[in-house]
Design a protein around this ligand. Structure first.
Ligand SMILES: NC(=O)c1ccc[n+]([C@@H]2O[C@H](COP(=O)([O-])OP(=O)(O)OC[C@H]3O[C@@H](n4cnc5c(N)ncnc54)[C@H](O)[C@@H]3O)[C@@H](O)[C@H]2O)c1
Ligand SMILES: [Zn+2]
Ligand SMILES: [Zn+2]
Length: 364
């Protein structure tokens, strides 16, 4: 089969023939139908996140189960699935605490680009290729753990499902699970890209009274408005003042930083009201450090929350999001701004880097 291999960080990906060995115990082989291109693919490609290569990128996608290994209980051949890059063990203290996205097994496997079994099923040029985030779906096929593939309705187009397993879950979950935004709240979102647009629509679904999107790209702001943002603000030195102006000088109840740069976190903390909450989902460089102005942080009782992968239970939340899409309350088709073939993966990454907006989707 063909897959997009990152042989060296900073170089373009190479789309080439790759060997895929059959699924082992507890694993399934999936025919990938569509994959979204997330900024978390761009970070390793460009070298923001140092990692061992060669690696097959891609962690946001959907497809059909074509083969099941021994002991697989949750999936059958023919099932339609959304990939889940937090295949949790179900047994560690975090899993027992219903926080599977913090599963201890992920630290040893997924975040080291291994499957939960420790295996890689991918080989090219006589070398093992690491499966990025235990998914590796910039490929025609992928072998993943059964916990890394969530069964969904067969009635939904794969393109619509492509971004559900990262951008949508992360953005909507940050609102509903991490911040628990109540109806009537005022929300500001820094960054209106793949994750940020889903914070916007999560806030709308939660009944937020005001949703302010901040982004340097006019096209991203225009799209945010179609996702339900009530106000849009160009990013820059006046953005914090603009958010305060729109909130009667108080600041927003919740500010989501979906960019994750030191400067955006500073802005988020400045743009949130006294007693308000900042939720940080953006991940920039692994070595980034931000500074917090400690005195006002204490005196104004601000809260800062980190949120990974929607801070919920993906096996519960992914099918729920699909139902919300089917019920007409969640936009998925509108997230797909560009289509590519696997051969054009580098053009898709370049467009993302250039801030082209929303999501590019690879159709296999
Ligand atoms: N926490 C998680 O679980 C999780 C999940 C997915 C992605 N991420 C991370 O979230 C970040 C965003 O991912 P994405 O796929 O949405 O990226 P994206 O490229 O689709 O969107 C980023 C948006 O931020 C805008 N932007 C850039 N600089 C800005 C600034 N200074 N102020 C305001 N807006 C600015 C860009 O114009 C773009 O619209 C990445 O760092 C990614 O790695 C985290
Ligand atoms: Zn666990
Ligand atoms: Zn992602």
């Amino acid at each position: 089969m063909r897959a997009a291999v990152l042989w060296s960080q900073g170089d373009p990906l190479s789309v080439e023939e790759v060997e895929l060995s059959p699924p082992g115990p507890g694993e399934v082989r999936v025919e990938v139908k569509a994959a979204g291109v997330c900024h978390s693919d761009l970070h390793p490609a460009r070298g923001d996140w140092k990692m061992r290569t060669p690696v097959v990128l891609g962690h946001e996608g959907a497809g059909i189960v074509r083969e099941v290994g021994s002991g697989v209980t949750t999936l059958a051949v023919g099932d339609h699935i959304v990939f889940c890059w937090t295949p949790a063990c179900g047994q560690c203290p975090s899993c027992a605490d219903h926080r599977p996205v913090l599963c201890d097994r992920l630290d040893k496997t997924t975040y080291r680009n291994k499957l939960p079994s420790g295996e890689s099923h991918l080989r090219a040029r006589d070398q093992a290729l690491a499966p990025f985030l235990s998914t590796a779906c910039f490929a025609e096929q992928a072998v993943v753990a059964q916990e890394g593939a969530i069964k969904v309705s067969r009635d939904v187009a794969f393109e619509a499902l492509a971004s559900l397993g990262c951008a949508v879950l992360t953005g909507v979950g940050a609102v509903t699970n991490a911040a628990k935004v109540p109806a009537g709240a005022t929300v500001a979102v820094i960054g209106a890209g793949g994750v940020g647009l889903n914070v916007v629509q999560g806030a709308v679904m939660a009944g937020a009274a005001r949703v302010i999107a901040v982004d340097p790209q006019p096209a991203a702001l225009a799209l945010a408005a179609t996702f339900g943002a009530t106000d849009v603000v160009p990013a820059g030195e006046n953005a914090v003042a603009a958010v305060r102006d729109l909130t009667r000088g108080r600041g927003a109840d919740f500010v989501f930083d979906t960019v994750g740069a030191p400067s955006t976190l500073t802005d988020a903390l400045a743009a949130v009201k006294k007693g308000g909450t900042v939720v940080l989902t953006g991940l920039s460089r692994t070595d980034a450090q931000a500074s917090v102005s400690m005195f006002p942080f204490v005196m104004q009782e601000k809260t800062l929350i980190g949120s990974v992968y929607g801070s919920g239970e993906p096996a519960r939340d992914i099918p729920r999001l699909v139902s919300q899409y089917q019920g007409g309350t969640l936009k998925l088709n509108e997230l797909v701004a560009r289509h590519y073939r696997l051969d054009d993966i580098n053009a898709a990454l370049d467009a993302l880097a250039a801030g082209a907006g929303a999501r590019g989707v690879i159709r296999m």
